[in-house]
Design a protein around this ligand. Structure first.
Ligand SMILES: Cc1ncc(COP(=O)(O)O)c(C=O)c1O
Length: 494
């Protein structure tokens, strides 16, 4: 077994050993049932103390990846631990009338349609896409034939350099070498889940959370454990309980302008979370795709800016702040993980387009993003305010979040309302919303929906929410009448 240790890298040695064995198990290089070296042997081979190797083995054992038998030795586990995976249908399905738990693609099928006014997608306003500037940058990039060739696996140097500067705006100091360019944040999440977690490992998520992360983990067979998150933040008590029960290694979260609630963790919550992460040796996957879209006050600092860099894998992208069709994002990971992520990316789709990367780097080098951000923040603030006033006016029986940034408002429908009936009725009448179900790994009782305000002007947002109000009103009247009828038809028990 070939393991390489980087002393002084900031990542504890036992963690380095555990990570590399995990990667070998995941790749099949260490097959199920395969024997691992004894603690004594591995410690001697690597020049480590036995305690360090024992800690690595204990970590892997707690995750159900290896098993130890007294007198026989330590083996790669052959059985999976008890918690069931979220099941996701494998084959594409015919158009469905409703969505399955954990199937992100179905959400698209349900809510996309040329005639729908869609509040279902967290997308920027198309009229803000900087087509002219990017056009110029693309033409300039084409002067160098390298733009149409294969480029560096980790991403174009010019773009990594610009990312390193841009991240300073979020308080993150990282050299270009620590940045991996990805095809959007989605690929960043995928690479991390493929590289740093075993196929059947427990992965902690916030609930509700971004459905794309639920689906990725579920499709790999990873077992999702949800930690409640609402407008008040993340339940640290539930997180602590989950850490004690499952000894997880990864928590995926969106601390700033969370999808779907739009809420951000307070400084106090961040500190509590970081304390728990340290105590339970959790690696935090911080998804910060909305971090640059703050409307009222400066955005909260990302966790990556306030804690030991070895504890965070940070993800960002240009999809929400600029244009999702660029398909460009980045992961900032501890140095240990960079080669693993790059190799995983390479085996997936080799590289992101050098042409687009160079054009984006040029756009950023000209400082164009700052002006763009100023304009879109103003625009989205107006749209958010229009949505909040319309909710007040047309859906007073619901409760909702008041996001300070991002693109989403989370709305809870009154108790007793069927989420399925409500969302399908809205779609039938021309307004698409994202059903709450999509944001949970497991079924929940209370009906909810995510409304995204980025893509439509205030009048359209108001019109869409007025229609949702009318549907809810009809639904509630229908239910009251049905109850009254049932009351009239009931005979007293004598
Ligand atoms: C929290 C979060 N992460 C990741 C993504 C995917 O982003 P990208 O388009 O950069 O892949 C989204 C898109 O909605 C998101 O809301």
């Amino acid at each position: 077994m070939q393991l390489t240790l980087r002393r002084g890298s900031g990542v504890p040695l036992y963690r380095q050993v555990a990570d590399q064995i995990r990667a070998l198990v995941r790749s099949g290089a260490l097959p199920a049932g395969g024997r691992l070296p004894t603690v004594r042997r591995l410690a001697a081979d690597l020049g480590l103390t036995r305690l360090t190797v024992q800690s690595a083995y204990a970590d892997l054992q707690a995750q159900g990846l290896i098993e130890s038998f007294v007198g026989r030795g330590t083996f790669v586990a052959t059985r999976s631990p008890a918690l069931p995976a979220v099941s996701v249908p494998n084959a594409p399905q015919a158009p469905l009338s409703w969505i399955s738990q954990g199937d992100f693609a179905e959400l698209g099928r349900l809510t996309d349609g040329p005639s729908l006014l869609s509040l279902a997608h967290a997308v920027p306003a198309p009229e803000t896409y900087p087509g002219r500037e990017l056009g110029r940058a693309l033409r300039a990039a084409l002067d160098d034939p390298a733009a149409l060739s294969y480029g560096p696996m980790q991403g174009e140097v010019a773009l990594r350099d610009q990312m390193s500067r841009l991240l300073l705006d979020r308080g993150i100091a990282v050299a270009p070498d620590g940045v991996v360019i990805t095809s959007g944040a989605q690929q960043g999440i995928d690479l991390i889940l493929r590289t740093l977690a075993a196929p059947d490992e427990v992965v902690l998520i916030e609930e509700p959370t971004y459905p794309g992360a639920i689906e990725l983990a579920a499709r790999r067979g990873q077992r999702l454990v949800g930690i409640p998150r609402d407008a008040d933040g993340l339940s640290l008590a539930a997180l602590e309980a989950a850490c004690r029960l499952y000894h997880p290694r990864l928590l995926y979260l969106v601390p700033a302008f969370h999808n779907p609630t739009g809420a951000s963790l307070s400084a106090e919550q961040q500190q509590g979370l970081l304390r728990l992460a340290t105590a339970h040796d959790l690696l935090l996957i911080e998804d910060d795709v909305y971090g640059l879209l703050a409307y009222d006050a400066p955005a909260p600092a990302p966790l990556r800016a306030i804690v030991d860099a070895a504890r965070i894998v940070y993800i960002t992208s240009f999809s929400k702040v600029l244009a999702p069709g660029l398909r460009l994002g980045a992961v900032v990971a501890p140095a240990e993980y960079v080669p693993l992520l790059v190799a995983a990316r390479h085996s997936n789709d080799l590289i992101s387009s050098p042409l687009l990367q160079r054009a984006l780097a040029d756009y950023l080098a000209r400082g164009s993003l700052h002006a763009h951000l100023q304009a879109v923040r103003q625009l989205y603030r107006e749209r958010r305010d229009a949505m909040l006033s319309a909710l007040e006016r047309f859906l007073p029986d619901c409760d909702w979040t008041t996001p300070g940034g991002g693109l989403n408002v989370w709305v809870r429908l009154p108790p007793g309302v069927s989420e399925r009936d409500f969302c399908l009725a809205a779609i039938a009448r021309g307004v698409a919303v994202a059903p709450g179900k999509a944001f949970f790994a497991r079924p929940r009782d209370r009906a909810s929906m995510r409304l995204s305000f980025g893509a439509h002007p205030p009048q359209q947002i108001t019109r869409a929410i007025a229609l949702l109000g009318a549907i809810l009103h009809d639904e509630q009247r229908g239910r009251t009448e049905a109850l009254a009828r049932a009351g009239r038809e009931a005979h007293p028990l004598v």
